[in-house]
Design a protein around this ligand. Sequence first.
Ligand SMILES: O=C(O)c1ccccc1NCC(=O)[C@H](O)[C@H](O)COP(=O)(O)O
Length: 213
Amino acid sequence: MSIAPNLRLKVCGLRQAENIQEVAGLEPDFLGFIFSPKSKRFVGEELRPELVRSLPAGLRKVGVFVDQSSAEIMQQVRRYGLDLVQLHGSEPPTQCAALRANDVGVIKAFAVADAVDFAALEPYALFCDYFLFDAAGPQPGGNGTRFNWELLRRYHLPVPYLLAGGIGPGMAAELAQLRLPGLYGLDVNSGFETAPGLKDAARLQVFFAELQA
Ligand SMILES: O=C(O)c1ccccc1NCC(=O)[C@H](O)[C@H](O)COP(=O)(O)O
């Protein structure tokens, strides 16, 4: 699905089979699965590899990891047939490069507080397919809070990025009007949950429709 203004959509933090099928039916561009054991959305044993593997090819499957070894990450990539990995910790550019060399796409996430140090992102540019800017908070991700999106007005790097953090129902009009340089898509998570890891497909459907209106 391509949404106004040509933004892609990632729904992150799913694990329950029926819920995954329901959300996949809404045709987002990316689905995210959290492989960090400390997250309350950790997939654990609930996420079935055969289900992830059976999802449509055009729907890109993303594994989210926090400071985990490349060997552990690649084990899950192969087990679940993941298209991309999202690195949500302090992973260095060398790890992004090593993963990319294994033919998996890389999204490097950065937590934003009061400023974005664009120079610090430059070493990552050659080794990442996308960046993801998320609000800094007590957890590595899924905090449900937003940051000052205007900080991205000065973005000038060649890597497209996803905007994340605290996106929820009722924000479609504001988001559809965003014209930030480099903005590729939106990442939604806790704002559309009925419980950790369980997405409200009806509310997502309304949100998607509002973005396209
Ligand atoms: O969602 C989590 O529990 C999580 C835990 C550890 C690392 C990353 C995590 N989420 C990654 C995401 O891409 C979230 O969608 C992103 O942080 C935005 O979440 P939210 O503010 O709840 O919309």
